[in-house]
Write a protein that binds this ligand. Structure first.
Ligand code: CAO
Length: 546
């Protein structure tokens, strides 16, 4: 059986158009004129039809390839009855459109120019699905005026002249064809006949990627979202080429936008609204959701090429299970923790603080009936953190692009375990507060966190965080930095250990410290110094006053 080479037919003057969809695969039986691929320029998109019927043996283009007239698309094993020649490849719009009629009528110092639909190929009539301009708009030469669409292609029709729109002659839903009057445009200065004559050529160039004269058929069977050529197959978003181009440039997943135009078409306002919602955090793209932890962990693996997919386990097969939705707080904190873990190059230094004397002092304070509030080790650690941040200012900083923002305030966050999950209340101006006040405010903030009553202001603006698990148990661990902070102190449970004092082992109460730091901002030596200084303050709290 004959093997036919199916090539890109005449697509006019446009060169190097990108393949954005592969509509068939090896082994598919294709019919004559069935669409094989979709190509797109910044002004038009079109499907390239098969010039013969048969079995797809080999596909010669890949997503993202640039093709031209004559580029080999695929090899087809022709059906017995198939035309033997590929010369039947449908010719598309003539490379150079016949000059559309452009009329000019003198009107005082200005001139009114009629703008027509240029040669758009063999289409008899196509629907106007977008009107980009309105009466009174100033337009440039080649500015897109409308989008027209058939079931195979959509294209933007540019203006052949610059000026001000005086009258629009088409509306949404109208059918237009070559020569249809689009608008009356008032041009500021008299237009030379030569200039007018040049306009059609511009139009021809822009719409040369005109629709192929293929028979009308149902929408393509399968296609890829234009914004992500490697994504799984889905229907091509219903949007004009320019909208698709903007979406591609911004990395916006067009197929996640709900279009409000005719037949659900995505319009510029839909795109803008979606981008605003994502920026405001009101909406998450699927990619963002996939980057969220736990619930979306299976999808997250797909974001790292080469990584195995998340194991899909039929847990019920091994025994009874119960399924619970993640709490709102778990979802939010989880998404933040995941981002921070993935994006910040963490290093964790472990150290120990000898808190024997400080613990004795704390017990003494708590035993004193005149003490205004109960004091825990965390209050001392907040105070020690402030002193260490003052000594090592790069720890009291945030990355802002290529700049380091050094803060002259000292708001310390502390991780609080709540029934709904982890929260990090922020104790403000810890440098201006004493141990009792810190203890009291900490208690209030922790209660609010547990009761779910923390306000946004009480959870934002932190400089450095402390995550203390000492009240629960355990030694060293790796705390995750709370972005945009650059370091966090993890605290384990203190315990009596034998410590060599130079002559003998003595029992000392040792507190495990785990400092995680952002290696983009902090060096290992600074981190070791910070930890050692922090530990020395807890070992002898009088040093705070130095
Ligand atoms: N070593 C030994 N004992 C410790 C200790 C330590 N490092 N830290 C606290 N303790 C003791 C306290 O002294 C207290 O004992 P007493 O009642 O005898 O004085 C007891 O443990 C309980 O302390 P606490 O937990 O109520 O108070 P706190 O100030 O240490 O902590 C708060 C307050 C809100 C941080 C804490 O309740 C909490 O939620 N901790 C969990 C933080 C967390 O989840 N971190 C992990 C984040 S990453 O998922």
């Amino acid at each position: 059986m004959a093997i036919l080479e199916i090539k890109v037919p005449d697509i006019g003057d446009v060169t190097d158009v990108a393949v954005i969809e592969l509509l068939v695969k090896v082994g598919d039986l294709v019919a004559l004129e069935q669409s094989l691929i979709t190509v797109e320029s910044d002004k038009a998109s079109m499907e390239i039809p098969s010039s013969a019927a048969g079995l797809v043996k080999e596909i010669k283009v890949a997503l993202g390839d640039k093709v031209n007239q004559g580029s080999l698309v695929l090899l087809l094993e022709a059906e017995a009855a198939a035309p033997a020649s590929v010369a039947a490849a449908p010719a598309v719009a003539a490379a150079v459109a016949a000059p559309p009629p452009v009329a000019a009528a003198a009107a005082g110092g200005t001139r009114t120019v009629e703008v027509f639909v240029p040669d758009i190929g063999d289409f008899e009539s196509v629907s106007v699905i977008e009107v980009f301009v309105k009466v009174g708009d100033s337009i440039r030469v080649e500015q897109s005026l409308i989008t027209v669409e058939s079931d195979k292609a959509s294209m933007e029709i540019p203006s052949s002249t610059a000026g001000v729109i005086k009258e629009l002659k088409v509306a949404l839903g109208d059918k237009v064809a070559k020569g249809s009057l689009l608008a009356l445009v008032e041009v500021a200065a008299p237009v030379a006949q030569a200039a007018l004559a040049a306009a059609p050529a511009l139009i021809a160039a822009t719409v040369a990627l005109a629709p192929a004269p293929v028979p009308v058929r149902a929408a393509p069977t399968a296609s890829l979202p234009a914004h992500e050529p490697m994504a799984a197959k889905a229907r091509l978003p219903h949007a004009s080429p320019s909208i698709r181009r903007i979406a591609r440039e911004l990395g916006v997943p067009l197929d996640e936008i709900k279009g409000t135009g005719p037949n659900g078409r995505i319009q510029e306002l839909d795109l803008q609204g979606f981008v605003k919602s994502v920026l405001a955090g009101a909406v998450q793209t699927l990619a963002q959701k996939a980057a969220a932890p736990a619930a979306a962990a299976p999808a997250a693996a797909g974001n790292f090429p080469g990584l195995l997919p998340w194991p899909k386990v039929d847990f019920e097969k091994f025994g009874p299970v119960e399924r619970r939705d993640l709490s709102r707080i778990k979802k939010i904190s989880g998404a933040n923790l995941h981002r921070n873990w993935v994006l910040i190059p963490h290093v964790t230094n472990n150290d120990d603080a000898d808190i024997t004397d400080l613990e004795a002092f704390r017990v003494q304070l708590n035993g004193d009936k005149s003490s205004p509030s109960k004091v825990t080790m965390l209050a001392f650690m907040i105070k020690a953190a402030v002193a260490a941040l003052k000594k090592f200012p790069e720890f009291n900083a945030s990355l802002d692009g290529e700049q380091l923002v050094l803060k002259n305030y000292f708001h310390i966050g502390f991780a609080a375990d709540t029934p709904n999950g982890l929260m990090v209340p922020v104790l403000r101006d810890a440098d201006k507060k004493g141990i009792f006040q810190i203890s009291q405010e900490m208690g209030e903030l922790a209660k609010k966190a547990r009761d779910g009553k923390l306000g946004t202001a009480e959870m934002t603006g932190g400089c450095f965080s402390i995550s203390s698990l000492g009240g629960i148990g355990g030694g060293y661990f790796t705390p995750i930095i709370n972005a945009p902070e650059v370091a966090i102190m993890g605290v384990g449970k203190s315990k009596i250990e034998p410590v060599w004092d130079g002559k003998q082992f003595v029992p000392r109460l040792m507190l495990p410290l785990s400092l995680s730091w952002d290696h983009r901002v902090i060096d290992g030596a600074s981190a070791a110094r910070f930890n050692a200084y922090f530990a020395s303050l807890l070992a002898d709290f009088r040093r705070i006053a130095l």
